[in-house]
Design a protein around this ligand. Structure first.
Ligand code: C2E
Ligand code: MG
Ligand code: MG
Ligand code: MG
Length: 293
């Protein structure tokens, strides 16, 4: 085992890989100052009653107004933030900003007491013993009931999370916020995980929703998730609903809450507030067309 052999292994490190690494580093460096420089923004996507389109809640989704690259979606920078220590600062910012927004909408009468906000949290955030305390202080400060907040976690949290994570989740539940398992079905969690963790709902991943109407296996998976959730007393939301056919199948399968482009994309807070009181086209047709289509 010689020095030259070791050096030789670097020949696979070609130009395109160097570029990808370079780009990742560039993004990581810029991301370091993104919070301080106020470059992160939140958009909100409605979560509706599937049968009627009546608005019920919303999910906060983070975007980054990059100084030179334009607006970047979370899939381009959240994984990078999770791979460094940047996710804590970003996660805290998202939490504080979204609760403040919720409070503003409540005060302005844009939304009522039943309205809830779903906020994504990374596995790393759930290793912070102070998370529930920070959240409690923020909810008190803005006078927002804990039940109006749903934290979306990934399945991996239940599978890989250690004792600290379990404690943090218990603290959050004791506080009264709800906890939903996001992208449900894509990870490795089983029934047992759901029972052993204080979760209150699941969000069916859009990859299963996409096949509804065409793929009977996806239909069976959704049917099983609905049956399991009802047995465990969990709320079910279907994400990524784009077509009326998908809506019909989900409705027939007993899914009552949904989110997707059929009702609306994520928008900035002003557009969200403006559109909230007015039923969307899909919502209107949903409430008047039961039985037709
Ligand atoms: P997610 O939590 O599963 O969010 C749903 C994603 O699906 C969003 O993508 C949303 O814009 C997209 N979507 C909604 N309806 C439809 C539809 O009908 N069709 C299709 N094709 N897509 C739809 P987005 O905003 O790009 O977010 C991607 C992921 O980034 C999120 O997936 C979530 O895991 C993560 N993320 C977003 N915001 C945050 C955040 O504040 N913190 C953390 N830790 N992760 C976040
Ligand atoms: Mg989510
Ligand atoms: Mg999701
Ligand atoms: Mg998803």
């Amino acid at each position: 085992r010689t020095k030259s052999e070791g050096r030789g292994s670097f020949t696979v490190f070609d130009a395109s890989m160097r570029m990808a690494v370079r780009e990742r580093l560039d993004i990581e460096v810029a991301l370091r100052s993104a919070v301080a420089q106020d470059q992160l923004v939140l958009e909100y996507q409605p979560i509706v009653r599937l049968a009627t389109g009546a608005p019920s809640g919303a999910e906060a989704l983070v975007r980054w107004r990059h100084p030179t690259r334009g607006v970047l979606g979370p899939t381009t920078f959240i994984p990078i933030a999770e791979g460094s220590n940047l996710i804590s600062a970003i996660g805290t910012w998202v939490l504080l900003r979204s609760i403040e927004q919720l409070a503003q909408w409540r005060r302005a009468g844009v939304v009522d007491d039943d309205f809830w906000l779903s906020i994504n949290v990374s596995p790393r955030q759930l290793t912070d013993r102070g998370l529930a305390g920070v959240l409690r202080a923020e909810l008190e400060r803005w006078d927002v009931p804990a039940a109006c907040v749903v934290l979306e976690i990934t399945e991996s949290v239940m599978v890989d999370g250690g004792d600290v994570t379990e404690h943090v989740m218990e603290d959050l539940r004791a506080l009264g916020v709800r906890i939903a398992v996001d992208d449900f079905g894509t990870g490795f969690s089983a029934l047992g995980y759901l029972r052993r963790h204080p979760v209150t709902g699941v969000k069916i991943d859009r990859s299963f929703v996409a096949g509804l109407g065409a793929n009977t296996e996806d239909e069976e998976i959704v049917r099983a998730v609905v049956a399991m959730s009802s047995a465990l007393g969990l709320t079910v939301v279907a994400e990524g609903v784009e077509t009326v056919d998908q809506r019909s199948v989900l409705d027939a399968l007993g899914v009552t809450l949904a989110q997707g482009w059929l009702w609306g994309r994520a928008t900035d807070p002003a557009a969200f507030a403006a559109g909230w009181a007015v039923p969307t086209q899909a919502a209107a047709s949903g409430s008047s067309s039961s039985g037709n289509s």
